[in-house]
Design a protein around this ligand. Structure first.
Ligand code: CAA
Length: 257
């Protein structure tokens, strides 16, 4: 399938989506969100793909939603087109999603990274929600994700001031998983993705579902889902392979079955 705003590549078991509007620092227009989501869903269905990587270029992961595209919107035009609804589909992706961030991850760009399961960032990456400076606020989940990750006290400060945070600050608040030299971001992302691609895929998806449940449900509901998923894992061949390999003292080979 040909795309206008993204580039798509497969490297072994890893599916890579690269945001590709470099002239506007990968500003996210509506077509780009549609293309990202369609491609994530295609990789999620593709039996050869085990991990999905989302990346930008050296200067920007993405500098936010496309301001020019939305500047003349009205509440009614938003209501009728509901452009943020498609973002919800990212939360249904079952395979691991890794955001690989160089440069700016601002506004909708930061929200896109926060929709991923892991973030690998350059030491000089900049994360932030500058929407307040435009007289608005984040609209694709920023206030919710940031508050759940860093707590109300700090989240409201960042959101009110709108200044970018460094990769070190983002790591300190548990937003970023790894920080590396800017030239090593791609390598570190692929290393992490390859490592994950060797893990049993069914376990990974059951863990993702249970962890996501922990974020927005009462403890008891999360515990019940975890238990159900634990029982379910015993219907996979990978469970037999993993436990047999342990007692036979050899490395397991997981097939995702
Ligand atoms: N939308 C549209 N165009 C954008 C853009 C955006 N979010 N961010 C950058 N661009 C464009 C610029 O207009 C510029 O285009 P021209 O060359 O045609 O003038 C080009 O990208 C390069 O940008 P700059 O010249 O501004 O580059 P810089 O290095 O001086 O500054 C920057 C970089 C600090 C990231 C600055 O571009 C900037 O502040 N961008 C806007 C960031 C922002 O406000 N993001 C939030 C958007 S709202 C949102 O995301 C809502 C939501 O929750 C979904």
């Amino acid at each position: 399938m040909s795309h206008q705003t993204i580039l798509v590549e497969k490297k072994g078991n890893i599916g890579i989506i690269q945001l590709n509007r470099p002239k506007v620092l990968n500003a996210i227009n509506r077509l780009m969100v549609d293309e990202i989501v369609e491609q994530m869903e295609a990789f999620d269905r593709d039996p050869d793909i085990r991990v999905i990587v989302l990346r930008g270029n050296d200067r920007a992961f993405a500098a936010g939603a496309d301001i020019e595209e939305m500047m003349n919107d009205t509440p009614i035009s938003f209501e009728l087109r509901d452009p943020f609804a498609v973002w919800d589909k990212m939360m249904l992706i079952k395979k691991p999603l890794i955001a690989s961030v160089n440069g700016y991850a601002l506004g909708g760009g930061f929200e896109l990274a926060l929709h991923c399961d892991l973030i690998i960032a350059a030491e000089d990456a900049k994360f932030g929600f500058p929407e307040v400076k435009l007289g608005v606020l984040p609209g694709a989940g920023g206030t919710q994700y940031l508050t759940k990750l860093m707590g109300r006290t700090k989240a409201i400060e960042w959101l009110w001031l709108g200044e970018p945070m460094t990769a070190q600050e983002a790591a300190h608040y548990g937003i970023v998983n790894r920080i590396v030299h800017p030239k090593l971001v791609e390598e570190e992302t692929m290393r992490f993705a390859e490592r994950l691609s060797k893990q049993p895929p069914i376990s990974l998806r059951l863990i993702k579902e249970a962890v996501n449940k922990a974020v927005d449900s009462p403890l008891r509901e999360g515990l019940q889902l975890e238990r159900k998923n634990f029982y379910l894992a015993f219907d996979s061949k990978d469970q037999k392979e993993g436990m047999n390999a342990f007692v036979e003292k050899r490395a397991p080979h997981f097939k995702g079955e």
